[in-house]
Design a binder for this molecule. Structure first.
Ligand code: FAD
Ligand code: UDP
Length: 367
């Protein structure tokens, strides 16, 4: 009998397993994929580390989390500065003075503020959805060119049907600063994310290609407690119907050039181009290889059995999640954690923080 059976070897499961193992508790990790790491897993091709499940940049303002991950791996000095391509015109992101200058041929923050103030007048009261929130933050021109098409492709629904918080993830700055994040700490592990997960899971029994749900009753008897990091609705056999997720499809191409797009991430913001992002992986690591690998990211509808990428956090899904959460709360020996089990749009640092908090409260020490 194990102390903890951890379902999923993503960041959440791996941090939990590491800390519990360190304190002397026996752990078994089950992973249904053929590799560890969940969505931060990278594949090495000709020494280019390919972010197989989408571009991952670690960024945080949480010093404890930054120090925690830095115990295991060294980070490089990568700063994410994506560029938006709208009908062949290139605009810097996030929305900052470089973007405003290109959009309106202006030079100063006063000029930019005046234009945005004018354009946001059409929104009165608190923004009720993503469209209103976007116009209220940056005005209609930027909304139409850099937000509307991208967002509607990404989420498969109109901006008026999406929650405002999604767009508040992006900084809006009145300075010439293309750093996509406001956080104090940022980077990519120098040897890739796999090393982080390998170190977290060092000395812990991991079974790959093993779906917990295929033999749930049996596995439930093998440990005193279960940490479940898969989709919460899958645990309950979708008995109230599935929570909605957004899916993704990745197409990766090898190219005989040392530098294809000059930046790690280009966002394609017009509706007519079916992909949202083009990722040139070598730029995450300042690579000097003679060849390059580029991945186009296509948003896709999701159905049960597909990889679940983004929870669709609208009211309807929140109500459904609450019903599953009520069932989960009745199971004292199963703990649900991570992006899919908590049904939250978590970044990696929040996942680490959430796992560290859980393990500390579970094992009764202070974090
Ligand atoms: P996951 O990584 O999804 O791990 C869950 C694991 O559980 C998976 O390995 C899965 O196979 C396994 N599992 C599920 N069900 C079962 C089962 N029944 N039996 C066995 N195993 C099971 N965050 C950032 O901070 N910066 C970024 O730049 C960033 N970019 C992102 C880009 C994309 C496209 C996406 C989708 C996410 C991005 N994120 C980013 C978020 C980041 O991926 C997550 O916060 C983090 O990986 C979640 O870790 P997790 O352990 O909760 O979940
Ligand atoms: N977004 C946009 N245009 C862009 C980039 C982002 O409209 O060029 C919007 C879009 O709605 C997206 C949200 O901002 O879902 C958050 O972007 P972020 O880059 O944080 O998304 P993630 O990395 O989580 O996919």
């Amino acid at each position: 009998m194990y102390d903890y059976l951890i379902v999923g070897s993503g960041l959440f499961g791996s941090v939990f397993a590491h800390e519990a193992n360190k304190k002397g508790y026996s752990c078994l990790v089950l992973e249904k994929r053929n590799h560890i790491g969940g969505n931060i897993y990278c594949e090495n091709k000709e020494s280019v580390l390919i972010h197989k499940y989408g571009a991952h940049i670690f960024h945080t303002s949480d010093k404890a989390v930054w120090d925690y991950v830095n115990q295991f791996v060294e980070f490089n000095h990568f700063v994410n500065s994506p560029v938006a391509n709208y009908k062949g015109e290139m605009y810097n992101l996030p929305f900052n003075m470089n973007t405003f200058s290109k959009m309106w041929n202006i030079r100063t923050p006063v000029e930019a503020k005046e234009i945005i103030e004018n354009q946001r007048k059409e929104i009165t009261g608190t923004p009720k959805n993503l469209e209103e929130q976007a116009i209220s933050l940056v005005g209609r021109d930027i909304y139409e060119r850099l937000i509307k098409g991208y967002t509607e492709k990404q989420w498969g629904r109109s901006c008026a049907e999406l929650p405002a918080f999604i767009i508040r993830r992006l900084p809006v700055r009145m300075t010439y600063d293309n750093n996509y994040f406001n956080d104090c700490y940022q980077g990519i592990p120098k040897n890739g994310y796999n090393e982080l997960i390998e170190k977290l899971l060092d000395g812990i029994e991991v079974r790959l290609n093993t779906d917990f749900l295929a033999h749930k009753d049996e596995y439930m008897k093998q440990a005193k407690k279960i940490i479940f990091t898969g989709p919460i609705d899958s645990f309950f056999n979708y008995q109230f119907g599935p929570l909605e997720y957004r899916g993704l499809r990745f197409e990766t191409e090898r190219m005989e050039t040392d530098n294809y797009q000059g930046v790690a991430v280009v966002n394609y913001t017009e509706r007519e181009i079916p992909y949202t992002r083009s990722i040139e992986h070598k730029h995450f690591a300042f690579g000097t290889q003679p060849v390059t690998y580029v991945t186009k990211e296509y948003p896709a509808d999701w159905k049960i059995g597909d990889e679940a990428y983004y929870p669709v956090n609208n009211d309807q899904n929140h109500e459904l999640y609450k019903k599953y959460k009520a069932l989960a709360d009745k199971l004292p020996n199963v703990i649900f954690g991570g992006r899919l089990a908590e049904y939250v749009y978590y970044d990696m640092d929040k996942v680490v923080r959430s796992a560290l908090r859980l393990v500390a409260s579970e094992l009764k020490y202070k974090f």
